[in-house]
Each structure stands twice: as structure tokens, then as C-alpha cells.
Design a protein around this ligand. Structure first.
Ligand SMILES: Cc1ncc(COP(=O)(O)O)c(C=O)c1O
Length: 372
């Protein structure tokens, strides 16, 4: 059997037609009808007032932080269990990330620990400016409760929804609870534009500011006068054409990802020591990546060994993200994240491409069962 990838794109809709139109009409750069259409379609899909297309998800998070005025001396709360791109934009602004532990049912920021951290920082006279919540692997965080905490303490909220397009919490789309929501259309994401991102906000002025900052902050479009340092963060029309075609298929992709998760759950969850991740009753996951925890004592092998074995058999699994507080650049010794540590010790991401075949799924299950 050839290698089974973790998560690959599926470009089987109107991608060719829309991209060809860009090439045929010479609209290849950052202006053009597909950029506007992609923004409008995405805003409508998730139920946001505004959407601003960006070159990638990292740029969307950076732009959100800039608009909220995050700067040197500020602190921003963020989970330690995430991809580095949730945290680096804080450093781009010269601010300091302060890590919050995750919870074991969603793998995302624990609302109680978040509130305790906000109180602790306020008592020290270091009130955080913003919280960044990540909906990791497509599982919604308890974002409604988190938004209420942020409101209570008057702290801004950014949702890193880069992995959770189409996922809902209490019937509302992730990315629409915070002051800003950020999406990614990187090659391995639910829908892809090759590379790309989107910033969404209900606040019209902030959306306008995002459009301004992501297009070099031009104050005079003729003379190119600039009063602020802007960025070249705008998505191109060719990428947006891909995005429009991909978004047409998003619900189909989610359906497939949810079937894959059901299959893993039905075939693996009864094995001693394996817990396949499932959504909460109040959540609707997009299962961008299906994941599982491996208890080494009960399963008889730890997750890192199982990872190596599956890789050697051509199955592209991946361990959970290494906690960011352990990275030399963000070394934070005071962080006490017992759940973060457990999730890093035990977590494995399973192949989750929408193109996974039944044979491949059976092969993955057999390989895991043969490890016992
Ligand atoms: C949790 C998380 N945050 C941020 C990003 C950044 O997105 P991008 O790669 O589009 O910059 C990604 C994806 O790569 C991600 O998984």
C-alpha cells in the first residue's frame, strides 16, 4: 500500500474553470472579482458582517492584533497547545504571550483556568489586552463561555479558527464569537487556496481598517501617501478563485470528515487505552483532523512509539503540537499545564483526507490493532 497522507487537498469542483477565467482575463493579482466573491461567500457561510482576505492565516492573526492595538509591553493569553502560528504574531507586535492550560474534553483553552489567569494578571497590574482562542483540530472551544469571560473583564477576543471552518458551538459558527475570527486556507486545511487566509469581524470600522492595513495602508490611492506602516497581506485573485470553488464543496468535505471520525470511533474506541476524540453535545466539529489519545499503560505502548510504528508502515500520523511554552523562543518555565502535557504525551492525529478510501481506513485500523 502506498503512503497514506495526513490531510491532502481535494480540488475536484470548479477550481480549473475559475482559475482559467483569471488567467484568460488577466486578473491575476490582488484585485478582481474572485477576491470580493470569496470574501462575500465566506462571510455569508459563517454568518459574519465582514470578511477580509489575507495571504495566510498568520497574517490574519497579526492584522487582528494590530487593529486591537497590541504592542510592546502588552500581554496576550493563548493556549500552549497549538501551532506556533497562533503565537508568533504576538511576538511580531512586540507583546508577550502568556500561556493557559487546555481542557481534556475539547483540547482547547479551559474557561475556568482562563478566568483565573485573567484575575491573576489584573491583580499584578498586567491586565491582558487580548485572548487568542484556538479551535484545535476543528473541535470548538467552549467559546460562548469564554466570550462571556472576556466581556466581563473587558479583554478583547480573537478566535484562531484556522482549523475549524464550518465547526459550530451552540449552533453558531466558530470565528463569529470574538472581536475577530481568523481562518487559514493552507494546503492541508479543510478548504485550500494553496496559501491563504481570512479575517472576519462584525465591526465595520475594524474590517475597513483590516482592508487598509493589509493593502499597504494607502491613504491616497493616487499619490500613495502613508500615515501608518501597512502590510502586503492581500490574497490574489487566482487564489481567491480556488477559494470560491473550494467553499462550494465545504459541507461535502465536512460530511466526509465526520464519516471518517465515526469510522475511527467505531473501530478504535473500544480498544483498551485508546480514546478517539468526539465533539461535545453542544458542539458540531468539522473533524478537520481526527485525533485520539493513547494511554500507554492500558494500550501497552506509548503514543510516540505507536506514531513511529505507523509511520514505518506508510501511515502519516502526527503527534499533537509540542507545547509552545517548551520552545526555546518562548521558554516559559512558570507555566503549569498538566493537561497540555498529558495531551502532548498521548495525542495522535490520524489520516483525515476527504479522499481516504475504505481500504486505507481498514489498513490504518489493522495497523493500530496489530500494535497491541
Ligand atoms: C492553529 C493554527 N493557527 C494558525 C495557522 C496559520 O495559518 P497559515 O498557515 O495559513 O498562516 C495554522 C495553520 O497553519 C494553524 O493550524
Amino acid at each position: 500500500m502506498k503512503e497514506i497522507p495526513l490531510s491532502v487537498p481535494h480540488l475536484n469542483g470548479n477550481e480549473w474553470e475559475y482559475v482559467k477565467e483569471c488567467l484568460d482575463t488577466n486578473w491575476v493579482s490582488s484585485a478582481g472579482k474572485y477576491v470580493d466573491k470569496f470574501e462575500n461567500d465566506l462571510a455569508e457561510y459563517i454568518g459574519s458582517e465582514n470578511a477580509v482576505a489575507t495571504v495566510n492565516g498568520t497574517a490574519a492573526i497579526h492584522t487582528a492584533l494590530k487593529i486591537l492595538g497590541v504592542e510592546a509591553g502588552d500581554t496576550v493569553l493563548v493556549p500552549a497547545l497549538t501551532f506556533i502560528a497562533s503565537v508568533n504574531p504576538i511576538a511580531y507586535c512586540g507583546a508577550t504571550p502568556v500561556f493557559v492550560d487546555s481542557e481534556l474534553d475539547t483540547y482547547n483553552i479551559d474557561p475556568e483556568k482562563l478566568e483565573a489567569k485573567i484575575k491573576e494578571l489584573i491583580n499584578k497590574g498586567q491586565k491582558p489586552k487580548t485572548v487568542i482562542v484556538v479551535h484545535l483540530y476543528g473541535q470548538p472551544a467552549k467559546i460562548k463561555e469564554i466570550a462571556e469571560i472576556c466581556d466581563k473583564y473587558d479583554v478583547y477576543l480573537i478566535e484562531d479558527a484556522t482549523e475549524s471552518l464550518g465547526a459550530k458551538y451552540k449552533d453558531q459558527m466558530t470565528g463569529t464569537f470574538g472581536d475577530f475570527g481568523c481562518f487559514s486556507f493552507n494546503g492541508n486545511k479543510l478548504i485550500t487556496t494553496g496559501g491563504g487566509g481570512m479575517l472576519v469581524a462584525n465591526n465595520d470600522q475594524w474590517a475597513e481598517k483590516a482592508r487598509y492595513l493589509t493593502t499597504q495602508a494607502k491613504d491616497d490611492a493616487v499619490q500613495f501617501i502613508h500615515h501608518e506602516v501597512g502590510y502586503n497581506y492581500r490574497l490574489t485573485n487566482i487564489q481567491a478563485a480556488l477559494g470560491v470553488a473550494q467553499l462550494e464543496q465545504v459541507d461535502e468535505f465536512i460530511k466526509k470528515k465526520r464519516e471518517i471520525n465515526d469510522f475511527y470511533y467505531e473501530n478504535l474506541n473500544s480498544i483498551a487505552g485508546i480514546t478517539v476524540t468526539r465533539e461535545l453535545d453542544e458542539s458540531y466539529s468539522n473533524y478537520w483532523l481526527s485525533t485520539m489519545l493513547v494511554d500507554k499503560n492500558e494500550f501497552g505502548m506509548n503514543s510516540k512509539k505507536l506514531y513511529k510504528k505507523l509511520r514505518s508502515e506508510g501511515i502519516m500520523v502526527r503527534p499533537f503540537f509540542k507545547p509552545i511554552n517548551e520552545m526555546p523562543i518562548y521558554n516559559e518555565n512558570s507555566f503549569n499545564g498538566e493537561n497540555t502535557q498529558k495531551l502532548w504525551d498521548e495525542g495522535i492525529c490520524l489520516p483525515s483526507s476527504v479522499t481516504l478510501s475504505q481500504d486505507e481506513l481498514f489498513y490504518i485500523i489493522a495497523s493500530i490493532k496489530n500494535s497491541i
